[in-house]
Write a protein that binds this ligand. Sequence first.
Ligand code: FES
Length: 135
Amino acid sequence: MADEPGTRPTPLSRRAFLAACAPAAASCARRRAGPPGPEPVPVPLDRLPAGVRVTVSVAGRPVELLRTGTGVTARSLLCTHQGCEVSWSEPEGAYTCPCHEGKFDAEGRPKEGPPPKPLLLLPVRVEGPLVLVGP
Ligand code: FES
């Protein structure tokens, strides 16, 4: 079965990261010089066409970015039941989990099956040409 476009994590290459950071070099330098620990993952805003679900890797985990008219959401694609990776199904209008047939609605709320909690939303903010995902 072929992957649907935009459903696989696409970690930024070093070149893409540097290209994205060039206009905001001072900001990127400050982030690199900051205290150790988890840092936000930068994603170029121009990689996020409005209404298109884009999956990126944050700390090795799949996160869906969705740009709307009001901002950008960052939603973990790990099922809240046992951690399998869910994917958006346009025909079903739901995130579906392949492990135990769990489903979440478009807002990430449990809809069917065993998932006990909504899909996790991550902090996200836009700084110039970048979307920063995570803490
Ligand atoms: S891990 Fe998703 S329904 Fe069980």
